[in-house]
Design a protein around this ligand. Sequence first.
Ligand SMILES: Nc1ncnc2c1ncn2[C@@H]1O[C@H](COP(=O)(O)OP(=O)(O)O)[C@@H](O)[C@H]1O
Ligand SMILES: CC(C)(COP(=O)(O)O)[C@@H](O)C(=O)NCCC(=O)O
Ligand SMILES: [K+]
Length: 255
Amino acid sequence: MSFLAIDIGNTRLKWAQYSSPQPGAALLAHGAAFLETIDELAEGEWAKLAAPTSMLGCNVAGDAVRRRVEEQLELWDFTPRWVVPGASEGGVVNGYDHPSRLGADRWTALIGAHWHMRSRGSHRPVLVVMMGTAVTVDALAPDGHFLGGIILPGHGIMLRALESGTAGLRVPTGDVRDFPTNTSDALTSGGTFAITGAIERMHRHLRTRTGKTPIVLVTGGAGWKVAPDLDVDHELVESLIFDGLLTMQSHRLAL
Ligand SMILES: Nc1ncnc2c1ncn2[C@@H]1O[C@H](COP(=O)(O)OP(=O)(O)O)[C@@H](O)[C@H]1O
Ligand SMILES: CC(C)(COP(=O)(O)O)[C@@H](O)C(=O)NCCC(=O)O
Ligand SMILES: [K+]
């Protein structure tokens, strides 16, 4: 009965094993691996798991990475299945011009967010913020319509871009300050304000569009770093993509 959920981003593969393919199911085991180390999963962390009976993953790291992961999954009997964003799923309607071009992680997180709202009986709009290698900020209307969203560089990419594009910027970590007075603080604050400012702006857009104050759900490996500087109310939901994968898998089984 157990279910393996996999989320492959551009930096790390995150996985979680659940007792059954239902949102809210018990978490049995979980882990993360940098993409450089994913070829060791079957002989490493996955070797210790009781065999999962089904699996669903979302991948934005390309076909070569997917194939490497599928080799590791040969450890077990199921056929690997991967999310392909479509026109609608799990109560969410995909507003992208070309629905299949939306990142599979964004689509999955939106479906997870919609499940959270439904299970709380909430009819508020949601801003889904994912802080991974890149940052995405996606707007979900109360009726489940994905209105659209933005992609911006993550903090690490911003700093590396400045380092390689200038002669005078080296990038030691600084602190976030309202009025930075040294290069390190200026760079750290600049990256943080670029991200938080973008989130606050999308929050305004979504409130204007729907007439309701959005709930902000934050997820992704870098979420905990940026969240303290975010001036709008928000919740960290580390499991958002897994909740989306569980929701999708439970609907697929019900078909
Ligand atoms: N322990 C950690 N390992 C890796 N990245 C981390 C860690 N803690 C925070 N981060 C930050 O999270 C980002 C990667 O988050 P992650 O959710 O794994 O991204 P992706 O989904 O793009 O692979 C990195 O850019 C890094 O700044
Ligand atoms: C925007 C992303 C690069 C985010 O990737 P991540 O930071 O999770 O590694 C990914 O969702 C992606 O490749 N999207 C496809 C383009 C789009 O969503 O429009
Ligand atoms: K991601």
